[in-house]
Design a protein around this ligand. Structure first.
Ligand code: MN
Length: 498
């Protein structure tokens, strides 16, 4: 019972009011149900739900989630039923366990499997996002113990994690979970690339560690001299897979990636963040165009921080990330921070309801389309771009913010504003200058759409540059409609008889 004791001690440390006996009961229930079962590694099966629960305890999550994670494989893999879990642990725990069980078995192969997986994840998110969070912990532990499985299965599970789990974690703002899922999967999906990236990081660490230590000491000193209180100044190494992707974008040239190791400055308040930025810019010269204010303009997944890249001593380039304790916590845990224990207030932020997430509505829409497989296959790439790719935000001249996929164009903006605006869109101004309708937009652009009431409809060529599923669907729809009316005009009798 040693491990469950440690787990309960940890829960007690962040949530003294939690019902420890019930957590222990969930463990005992699961342990008895799985007794005699072994993991592929030969270990008793209970080590797996226990490890999943530990991941969630580190995120300081409430007891219901911890209990559900301990019980997550019981209905699927043992003789005990969901009803028994409901009787003993109540509706909420049973609902979560039931949700995870539904996510469990997917029989299809290849593309069908991918679709079914996505569909179930989206459905789970719109019903109760906590289910997906337990699923992440489950998957993360499975990835970390993948070595004992046959290579084909390793590859399948790892790829699925990279293509489905990590992007969803990212959209939920769970930076730490996304990074861990990706890194655990990376070595099985692209083993050679994994090793290459890991070596690069090792070399950089060896070469720069001492240097960055000095920069951090200097930063602490500068901040203290201005009486700015510091919560923490530390170095953070970029997660391997996100570094790898960045390297690919930069011709594999490591000298062009400045944030392999970044310096993180954590301060108490937002005002302190800007003050700290001023102090850093006072000592070192910032690189032009590399100051990012994600506090004034948070990323669509909620990420907030100030980023700046500066020339430090000896011409070395260093990235600083400045944020408050709250922002730091949110960046690591994302949506989960809604349920984390708030130590300052001495209470849980969680009040029983699921926090509202803007794009869950969008997912619900996607969900409907997923039921039509044929249609879905056709729009799969667009859905992936809409939901998973990096996002930008652009502004209308009225100051409204639009959240769009990377490389969106003025046409996407026009359709995001209104279908009529899209259909009658004639030209665009980006930051007050006339710009082509296929211009790739950047975050922060102010986009004004100029419409022409006499315009008959969208130009089919826009399909080659428009990025959002919404805009593309509307352009196609219009093209189809006008084709039908053209046919009606040419052979009126035939159509009208119908
Ligand atoms: Mn499991």
């Amino acid at each position: 019972m040693a491990q469950i004791d440690t787990l309960i001690d940890r829960v007690r440390s962040y949530d003294p009011d939690a019902n420890m006996e019930e957590i222990r009961a969930a463990y005992v229930f699961a342990e008895e149900a799985h007794r005699g079962q072994k993991r592929a590694s030969g270990e008793p099966y209970i080590t797996h739900p226990l490890a999943a629960a530990e991941i969630l305890v580190k995120m300081k999550l409430p007891p219901v989630i911890i209990e559900a994670s301990l019980l997550h494989d019981v209905p699927e893999d043992t003789n005990r039923t969901l009803d028994e879990i409901r009787t003993q642990f109540g509706d909420e725990v049973a609902k979560l366990v039931g949700g995870i069980t539904k996510l469990g078995k997917i029989k299809y192969r290849g593309m069908e499997r991918y679709i079914e997986n996505l569909r179930k994840m989206f459905l789970a998110i719109s019903e109760d996002v906590r289910v997906v969070i337990i699923k992440f912990a489950d998957r993360l532990h499975n990835l970390e113990t993948l070595d004992v499985l046959p290579p084909k299965k390793q590859y399948r599970i790892a790829l699925e994690s990279l293509e489905i789990y990590a992007p969803i974690a990212n959209r939920l703002g769970m930076g730490e979970m996304k990074g861990r899922l990706e890194d655990a999967a990376f070595r099985y999906v692209l083993p050679k690339e994994y090793e290459w990236t890991q070596n690069l990081v090792q070399n950089t660490l060896t070469r720069r560690e001492g240097y960055l230590e000095r920069i951090m000491t200097q930063t602490r000193k500068d901040l203290q001299e201005l009486d700015l209180s510091i919560v923490d100044v530390h170095g953070r190494t970029k997660h391997l897979y996100s570094l790898y992707k960045k390297l690919l974008k930069n011709d594999r040239n490591i000298s062009r990636v400045y944030d392999i190791i970044a310096t993180r400055v954590i301060v108490p308040t937002v005002a302190d963040c800007y003050a700290a930025l001023g102090v850093i810019h006072g000592r070192w010269t910032p690189l032009k165009g590399r100051i990012k204010d994600y506090i004034a303009q948070p990323k669509p997944n909620g990420y907030r921080s100030l980023h700046t890249t500066v020339f430090c001593e000896d011409g070395e380039i260093v990235e600083f990330q400045i944020r408050t304790t709250k922002m730091h916590h949110d960046a690591e845990f994302g949506i989960v921070s809604h349920w984390s224990y708030d130590e300052q207030k001495g209470k849980r932020l969680y009040n029983g309801s699921t926090p509202k997430i803007d794009w869950v509505g969008q997912l619900a829409e996607t969900q409907k389309e997923l039921s039509n497989k044929k249609k879905y296959l056709r729009s799969l790439e667009e859905i992936k771009i809409d939901i998973f790719n990096d996002r930008i935000f652009v502004f209308t001249p009225q100051g409204d913010v639009l959240d769009l996929p990377e490389d969106s164009t003025p046409v996407d903006v026009a359709y995001a504003v209104h279908t009529d605006v899209g259909n009658t869109c004639a030209s665009a101004k980006v930051n007050n200058e006339i710009a082509p309708l296929d211009r790739m937009l950047r975050s922060g652009d102010v986009v004004e759409i100029i419409t022409d009431r006499n315009r008959k409809g969208p130009n089919p060529n826009w399909l080659s540059s428009a990025k959002t599923r919404h805009a593309r669907a509307k352009i196609r729809q219009f093209a189809r409609a006008s084709l039908t009316s053209w046919i009606k005009g040419v052979i009126p009798g035939k159509i009208r008889k119908k």
